[in-house]
Write a protein that binds this ligand. Structure first.
Ligand code: PMV
Length: 356
């Protein structure tokens, strides 16, 4: 599908209020490296989470014809410093939602996960806002097909934050052209499909909060550094190959193969960071201690638990629901000590964005 397929019609402004929540997601095949506008250099695949969500209410008020402005409140407080990121989003998506002209928006947002937990909230925040916009588009342009509705929401969210494209639907989504799905696209994410093995629709993700501070190098800077990275072209091929290997594994429910690909991807992402110029390390000593403990626990119990990492020091521990009791006890007894103030979040794979 081409970009211009997503250009909507103009419409007379009407007063409208809507409220949506969208989850965070954790990539198993990592997106790291892009070209403008937010076009990934390789396909990625992620688990959509369930409890780690952003809830966003948007009040659309008709104002003077052709005018457009917005106010943004985060957790009840006006946040003018968030405005530039949203301005960039509205600039990028304006031509696809021309009906937005003539509105004053009040956007109120909050996260269910702790503020400054080191969990990236841009994916859930951009996805929740995209759903609010599509909610009004559906009212103004009736008879939108559900598939188009979700694809356009993912398309709009992607233009705010690349990985946000994967936060619209669940439980597993793929974003980026790949050989495994005929309908795959660089413009939006699509669900894995009905042949996902059931073990993955209830998979658990415990997020161990190792470092809750601001990252030394942001994701945008990290993506940028891939442009002159000496290993970039091999990395993009590796990610595509890992995705091609992972898809049949996720259909078959082969957990041993799943673990090998997922951990390889996590460490490959961080290897790219460590070999960028300038180089940087986002892992902390506790990140490595947790990884070693997971490997020991897996070897001694044969429980299929593994880790993945986002662009930060926190560790995501992934395991089937059937092992929840044993793994949660292991986290509490042996891993919480490595977390800042002993904090971690227990989440699981979810179904995607919903109306509040
Ligand atoms: O969506 P961005 O631009 O914040 O990039 C996200 C990159 C990673 O989280 C590291 C990987 C991914 O695929 O989510």
């Amino acid at each position: 599908m081409e970009e211009n397929h997503f250009i909507s019609k103009k419409a007379t402004p009407i007063p409208w209020t809507t409220h949506w929540e969208a989850p965070s997601n954790i990539a198993l095949i990592k997106y790291w490296g892009k070209t403008a506008p937010q076009i990934p250099k390789n396909p990625s695949l992620s688990f959509t989470l369930s409890s780690s969500v952003t809830q966003t209410q948007v009040v659309f008020e008709p104002t003077s014809p052709g005018a457009f402005d917005f106010n943004f409140y985060f957790e009840g407080v006006a946040k003018p410093d968030f405005k530039p990121k949203l301005q960039t989003l509205f600039k990028r998506i304006g031509s696809y939602i021309p009906w937005i002209q003539g509105y004053q928006l009040t956007i109120k947002s909050h996260n269910t996960f702790p503020h400054s937990s080191g969990i990236a909230s841009s994916a859930s925040a951009m996805a929740a806002l995209a759903m609010c916009l599509m909610d009004l588009e559906q009212k103004l342009v009736p008879d939108l097909e559900p598939e188009f509705f979700h694809q356009k929401a993912s398309f709009l969210a992607r233009l705010g934050s690349g990985s946000a494209a994967r936060s619209i639907q669940g439980p597993v989504t793929l974003w980026g052209v790949n050989k495994m799905q005929d309908r795959s696209s660089n413009l939006y994410a699509i669900p894995f499909g009905p042949d996902l093995h059931p073990v993955f629709s209830t998979y658990q993700d415990a997020i161990l909060l190792v470092d809750k501070g601001t990252k030394a190098v942001s994701s945008s800077q990290g993506h940028q550094l891939m442009h002159q990275h000496p290993f970039a072209s091999q990395r993009f091929l590796q990610a595509a190959a890992n995705l091609e290997a992972l898809v049949p594994v996720m259909k078959a429910g082969d957990l041993e193969a799943f673990i090998k690909i997922v951990e390889l991807e996590a460490l490959s992402l961080h290897a790219m960071m460590m070999t960028s110029n300038p180089y940087f390390i986002l892992m902390k000593p506790q990140t490595l201690s947790i990884i070693e403990k997971i490997w020991e626990f897996r070897a001694s119990t044969s429980i299929p638990v593994c880790f993945t990492l986002d662009a930060g020091a926190n560790v995501h521990i992934l395991y089937p629901q059937d092992f929840k009791i044993q793994v949660n006890a292991f986290i509490q007894d042996e891993l919480a000590v490595f977390c800042q103030k002993g904090q971690y979040l227990l989440d699981q794979v979810g179904e995607g964005a919903k109306k509040v």
